[in-house]
Design a binder for this molecule. Structure first.
Ligand code: HEM
Length: 413
């Protein structure tokens, strides 16, 4: 086991395999100030939970990712669209609860459950397209298009535009995770402006031709922030909410499905057990969330002088909450590195956060993953890694964890 001093926290190879780093932090320095980077990482379950329970001390407004302040060149690009406003992920109470109330209904457990037949149809259709090939690149051919199609339908936009959604979604999250070239940073900023103009047009269409979709719901929504009369959302607010739904709903669910299948490939005994007892699939989904944590961590900023687990944190300090590390904390999860399909309280992990920012799409993501594994395991036999094709590397990011590709071979059942 390497010691903390031997690990460079911001090196791409650490992001590729962060688990020894997390373990070293929990053991040696659970609230760790990253040398030269000006922020702390909180690595133990109990300490992460403490921060999540105190949004009045730890604000979300400084943004979820590594680069809080865009420079002049990027700002000039952003001004060609709508400047970002804080709505859900980057807002604090009391305004946060007002925005959240507007979208909760669209993603309630009841609404989500009603989507089961359509999600099943989408997943079956994707499997139909490759089942006779005996091989598949699961990320591109299944894990990406499944959540994209579901979210496109929920938003009420054309499935034919999905390639663009994928690009906008990738380009929205890429800047959060570090490791970008300057060229790519500029490309991402332009892409977000393009996304905004596309959705602004679709929203304008709904003003004259309303439909039963989330875009129309947003146009009809009213909000009254502190000291304001109740009013319709403005364009910047609607776009901010849409961007979060689009981005948060895609990349993360894709990564859960892909990394869950990777776990099954590496643990054939678990795959066999799930085939025999499909009723354990929901527990497996929770274990995949816990072990792989598609959202590795997100930032907060202390608004007053405070402390976390005895470490003083001055006002203004940014803090990376390591959900992925907390999820492997032995103090909370016995034999934390192993898949346990009978874990007590399987939903007790922090992969969806906790408290006021608890993932809006948790019910939807769980349903999509459950359907995905149920259908893949029932329709494909003898699923195995395609010989010599997989290197199991991830898109470089300290915020999200996603496999680049997963090549499988199988026989149709
Ligand atoms: C496996 C899939 C997913 C994972 C791992 C995930 C993870 C998370 C996490 C960790 C948070 C908490 C943020 C914080 O602590 O600041 C969050 C919030 C959020 N998620 Fe998800 N998410 C997933 C899927 C989705 C889906 C499908 C949607 C689509 C609706 C979605 C929409 C959101 C939104 C809008 C927020 C912000 C909520 C707020 O600040 O009140 N997520 N998600």
């Amino acid at each position: 086991m390497p010691s903390l001093a031997e690990i460079n926290p911001l090196a791409p190879e650490t992001a590729e395999c962060p688990f020894p780093f997390y373990e070293a932090m929990r053991r040696e320095c659970p609230v760790y100030q990253v040398p030269g980077a000006g922020f702390f990482i909180v690595s133990r379950f109990e300490d992460v939970l403490h921060v999540l329970r105190h949004p009045e001390i730890f604000s979300s407004k400084s943004g979820p990712g590594l680069r809080p302040v865009p420079d002049e060149e990027i700002l000039a690009i952003m001004r060609q669209g709508w400047m970002p406003v804080n709505t859900l992920l980057t807002q604090d109470p009391p305004a946060h609860s007002r925005y959240r109330a507007l979208v909760n209904k669209a993603f309630s457990a009841r609404r989500v459950a009603s989507l089961e037949p359509s999600i099943t149809a989408i997943a079956n259709d994707l499997i139909d397209r490759f089942i006779n090939d005996g091989e598949v690149e699961l990320v591109r051919q299944f894990a990406v298009p499944l959540p994209l199609t579901v979210i496109a339908d929920a938003l009420g936009v054309d499935r034919a535009d999905m390639d663009r959604f994928k690009r906008w979604s990738d380009d929205s999250v890429a800047p959060l995770g570090g490791f970008l070239t300057r060229e790519r940073e500029i490309e991402c900023a332009k892409s977000i402006v393009e996304f905004q103009h596309y959705f602004a047009e679709r929203l304008e269409e709904r003003r004259t031709s309303p439909r039963d979709d989330i875009l129309t719901d947003l146009l009809n929504a009213h909000i009254g922030l502190e000291g304001e009369e109740s009013r319709p959302l403005d364009m910047a607010e609607m776009l901010s909410i849409l961007q979060q739904i689009l981005v948060a709903g895609n990349e993360t669910t894709t990564n859960l499905i892909a990394s869950g299948m990777m776990l099954l490939i590496h643990h054939p005994e678990v795959m066999q057990r799930l085939r025999a007892q499909p009723e354990l699939i929901p527990n497996f989904v929770e274990e995949a969330l816990r072990l792989e944590s598609p959202v590795q961590g997100l930032f907060r900023q202390a608004v007053v002088d405070t402390e976390i687990g005895g470490t003083p944190i001055p006002a203004g300090t940014r803090i990376l909450l390591s959900y992925a590390s907390a999820n492997r904390d032995e103090a909370e999860f016995p034999h934390a590195d192993q898949i346990d399909l009978e874990r007590e309280a399987p939903e007790g992990h922090l992969a969806f956060g906790r408290g006021i920012h608890y993932c809006l799409g948790a019910a939807l993501a769980r349903l999509e993953a459950r359907i995905a594994f149920t259908l893949l395991l029932s329709r494909l036999k003898n699923i195995r890694a395609a010989e010599g094709k997989n290197d199991y590397t991830h898109v470089p990011s300290v915020i999200l964890r996603g496999l680049k590709a997963l090549y499988l071979e199988f026989e149709p059942s």
